[in-house]
Design a protein around this ligand. Structure first.
Ligand code: XCC
Length: 653
C-alpha cells in the first residue's frame, strides 16, 4: 500500500484538519487528495495558446526519446516542445511579475495621494528614506517640503511602469559588473508594463519561437519585477509606513482569542492592513466590540499582508498560505478580510461551514459568494471602520464548535530590513556590512541563503522549509527569509535569538555576539527586493568579489506554488544567484529548455536554476555552491580552521 503523504508538520494545522473532517468542511488538503496534478501540464508539455489545441506533447517517461519521436512532438502549428515549454514558462513569469508590479503601482498611487494631500489618513513616516530616494533619483531637495519632494519622487517612479524608452532607474543600484551583463545580453528592462506586454505578445501564437530568445524575455520581465515593481513597492511602503526595525511578536493559530473579535487580514498590499491596525486600537471600535459582548478586537495576519504589519506593528501572524482555511475551521474568526493574491477561493466554502464573513475589498479581486466592501485609499480610516464594524457585528453569530489550538504559537523577532541589518552589524555611526563580510571571509559564517516562497499542498506543509533551514544553519549558513517560508520556520521556533543553539559553532558565535537569530525575517514577497539590496551591499563593502554572482550565496524556494515565485526565481538567477526550486519543475517535459535553465544560464548570468524536491539534497546543493564560491574567492582555507582543545594546546607548547 502506498503511504499517504503527511499533511503538515505543524500540530495546529493537523488538529484543524481533523476538526474540518469532523465538521464536514472540505479544505485544500482534501482537494489535493482527490485532484491529482495533470502530468502533461505539470511538465510544461501542453500548449493552450490557440484554439487549434490544446496540443499535448508529453515526453516519453523513464527513457531518452528517439530523434523520430522528438520530431513528432509538435503542436498543430508545428511548435516544438522547446517552444511550448519556454512559452509556458515565460507566461508564468510575466504573470508573476505583473502581480508584484501591479501591487507596486498601487503603492505609488497611494504614496502620491498622501504627498499631494489628497488624503489625511496617512503621513510619510520615514523622512530619511524619502530624502535618500530623492537624492538617488536626482529630485531637488533644497528648501522644499517633504510632500513637494515626495510628489516628484512618486511621479518619477510611477513613470517606471509605462516607460517606453531607456531602462529602469533602480537598475543603477546593482553592481557595475551586473549592469554590464544585463546590457550585453539585452535584458535590462525598459518599462515594467512594457516587459509584461512584450512577454504576452511574444508568447502569442506564431511570434517568438526560439526558446533561448523567449527565455531572454523571461529574464527581462522578471528583472522588471525584482529591480522594478517589487523594489518600488518596498521602498515607498517603507517611506509611507516606516522602515521595519526588529520587533517581537507571535505566530500560529494559537494567536486567535476565544473572547475577542478575531479579524484576519489576508493578501498582500499593506494599506488596508495599516488602516485596520490603527482603527483596531481606537477607543470607539473597542467600545463597539465590548457592546457586542467581546472583550476586545484581535487583528491577526495571513500570508504576505501579515508580514507587512508584523514588520511594522508587531501584529501577530495566524498562519501561512495553507492555513487560510484552517483559521476559519477554528470557528473563532469573525471576518477574513482579503485584498489581492494567494487567496484561495476555497475560503468561501469553508466560511459557509462556520459563521466567518469573507470580505473582499479590492475591485480587482472579488470572489463569488463573498461580501464586498471596497477599501478606499483616500478615505482609508472610514473604510477600515466599516469593515471592522461588519466583523464586530458578526461576533454574536459565533457558534459553539470553537477550537483554538491555544498552545500552538511561537515567539519570533522580525523586521530585518537592509537598513536594520546594516545598523545591527555596524552600529548607528558606522553602519556597514563589514562585520558580515569579515565573518564570511574568516569562515565563521560559511555563506548566506535566501529561503523564500510559498506552501504547496503537494508536499507536507512546512516540512521542506524547516528541514532545509535547520540543515543550513547547522552548517553555518546565515538564512534570510521572506513570505510564507519565513512563517514556516518562525512557527518552528527558528526566529528567536535562542535558536542560535541550532546553528553551527561559527554562525552561533556571530549570532550570540550581535544578538540576532540565525534566521532573519526580511518581510513579504515584494521584500525579496531587500535580499537583492543586501547582496549588493555585501558586494560593495568589498572582499567578496565584484558581483552578486561572486558571493557565497544561494536562493531556495522549497515549497513554491505561485507564478510570482517563478518571477522571483528568475530575477535571482538573472542577478547572479544560484536558485533551487522544490516540489516540481515546469519544463521537465523538454530537455533542451531544462538544460538551458539548469546549466547554460550560468555562463550567461553567473547564476542558474536547479530543481530538487528533497530538503537535505537542497541543502547540499546550496552548501556545495557556497563552498565553490568560497574557493573561487580564495577564502576556502579560512573554514578549515582547527579548534584546539587543551590537549592539543599543550602538545604545541
Ligand atoms: Fe503567496 Fe505572499 Fe507564496 Fe505565500 S509566499 S503563498 S506567493 S503569500 Ni509570497
Amino acid at each position: 500500500m502506498v503511504e499517504k503523504q503527511k499533511k503538515s508538520i505543524d500540530p495546529a494545522t493537523n488538529a484543524l484538519i481533523a476538526k474540518a473532517a469532523a465538521d464536514g468542511c472540505n479544505t485544500v488538503f482534501d482537494r489535493a487528495e482527490t485532484m491529482k496534478p495533470c502530468p502533461i501540464g505539470g511538465e510544461g508539455s501542453c500548449c493552450s495558446i490557440c484554439a487549434m489545441g490544446p496540443c499535448r506533447v508529453p515526453a516519453p517517461k523513464g527513457r531518452e526519446e528517439t530523434p523520430e519521436e522528438k520530431k513528432k512532438r509538435r503542436g498543430v502549428c508545428g511548435a516544438t516542445s522547446e517552444t511550448i515549454a519556454a512559452r509556458n514558462l515565460l507566461r508564468k513569469m510575466a504573470a508573476g511579475s505583473a502581480a508584484h508590479s501591479d501591487h507596486g503601482r498601487r503603492v505609488v498611487q497611494a504614496f502620491l495621494a498622501i504627498a499631494r494631500g489628497e488624503t489625511k489618513d496617512f503621513t510619510l513616516k520615514d523622512e530619511q528614506k524619502l530624502l535618500q530616494l530623492a537624492l538617488e533619483l536626482g529630485v531637488n531637495i533644497g528648501t522644499r517640503s517633504n510632500n513637494e519632494i515626495a510628489v516628484d519622487v512618486g511621479e518619477l517612479l510611477l513613470n517606471e511602469f509605462g516607460k517606453q524608452e531607456g531602462e529602469l532607474l533602480f537598475l543603477k543600484r546593482a553592481p557595475i559588473k551586473r549592469q554590464e551583463i544585463w546590457h550585453k545580453l539585452g535584458v535590462a528592462p525598459r518599462g515594467i508594463d512594457h516587459e509584461v506586454v512584450e512577454a504576452l505578445h511574444r508568447t502569442h501564437m506564431g511570434v517568438d519561437q526560439d526558446y533561448k530568445n523567449l527565455l531572454l524575455q523571461g529574464a527581462r520581465v522578471s528583472l522588471a519585477d525584482g529591480w522594478g515593481g517589487s523594489l518600488i513597492a518596498t521602498e515607498l511602503q517603507d517611506v509611507m509606513f516606516g522602515t521595519p526595525q526588529p520587533v517581537a511578536s507571535q505566530i500560529n493559530l494559537g494567536v486567535l482569542r476565544e473572547d475577542e473579535v478575531n479579524i484576519i487580514i489576508h493578501g498582500h498590499e499593506p494599506h488596508l492592513a495599516e488602516a485596520l491596525a490603527v482603527m483596531c486600537e481606537s477607543p470607539e471600535m473597542i467600545a463597539y466590540a465590548k457592546s457586542k459582548g467581546a472583550k476586545g478586537i484581535n487583528l491577526t495576519g495571513m500570508c504576505c499582508t501579515a508580514n507587512e504589519i508584523l514588520m511594522r506593528h508587531g501584529v501577530p501572524i495566524a498562519g501561512n498560505f495553507l492555513q487560510q482555511e484552517m483559521a476559519i475551521v477554528t470557528g473563532a474568526v469573525e471576518a477574513m478580510v482579503v485584498d489581492v493574491q494567494c487567496i484561495m477561493q476555497g475560503i468561501v466554502e469553508a466560511a459557509n461551514c462556520y459563521h466567518t464573513k469573507i470580505i473582499t475589498t479590492d475591485p480587482r479581486a472579488k470572489i463569488q459568494g463573498a461580501m464586498y466592501l471596497e477599501f478606499d485609499d483616500i478615505h482609508a480610516m472610514e473604510s477600515a471602520k466599516t469593515i471592522l464594524k461588519t466583523a464586530i457585528d458578526n461576533y454574536q453569530n459565533r457558534k459553539k464548535n470553537v477550537y483554538i489550538p491555544k498552545d500552538q504559537k511561537a515567539d519570533l523577532i522580525a523586521g530585518f530590513s537592509h537598513e536594520t541589518i546594516n545598523y545591527l552589524l555596524g552600529g548607528l555611526f558606522r553602519s556597514s556590512y563589514r562585520p558580515l563580510n569579515d565573518n564570511i571571509i574568516n569562515g565563521r559564517i560559511r555563506g548566506v541563503a535566501g529561503v523564500v516562497g510559498c506552501n504547496n499542498a503537494r508536499v507536507t506543509h512546512d516540512d521542506v522549509h524547516v528541514t532545509l533551514v535547520k540543515e543550513l544553519i547547522k552548517n553555518d549558513v546565515l538564512v534570510l527569509q521572506t513570505g510564507c517560508a519565513a512563517m514556516a520556520t518562525a512557527k518552528a521556533g527558528l526566529m528567536v535569538p535562542e535558536a542560535a543553539r541550532f546553528a553551527g559553532e561559527g554562525l552561533r558565535s556571530v549570532c550570540e555576539a550581535v544578538g540576532i537569530p540565525p534566521v532573519l525575517h526580511l518581510g513579504s514577497c515584494v521584500d525579496n527586493s531587500r535580499i537583492l539590496i543586501t547582496a549588493t551591499a555585501m558586494v560593495k563593502d568589498g572582499g567578496l568579489g565584484d558581483d552578486i554572482s561572486d558571493l557565497p550565496a544561494a536562493g531556495v524556494a522549497p515549497e513554491w506554488m505561485s507564478e510570482k515565485a517563478l518571477s522571483i526565481g528568475q530575477y535571482f538567477v538573472s542577478s547572479g544567484v544560484f536558485t533551487v526550486f522544490g516540489v516540481n519543475w515546469p519544463t521537465l517535459g523538454n530537455k533542451e529548455v531544462t538544460d538551458f535553465l539548469f546549466k547554460d544560464m550560468e555562463q550567461l548570468y553567473g547564476g542558474m536554476w536547479a530543481f530538487e524536491p528533497d530538503p537535505m539534497k537542497q541543502a547540499k546543493l546550496v552548501i556545495d555552491h557556497i563552498d565553490k564560491k568560497r574557493k573561487a574567492l580564495g577564502i576556502d582555507k579560512a573554514r578549515d580552521r582547527v579548534l584546539y582543545d587543551m590537549a592539543m594546546r599543550r602538545e604545541l607548547e
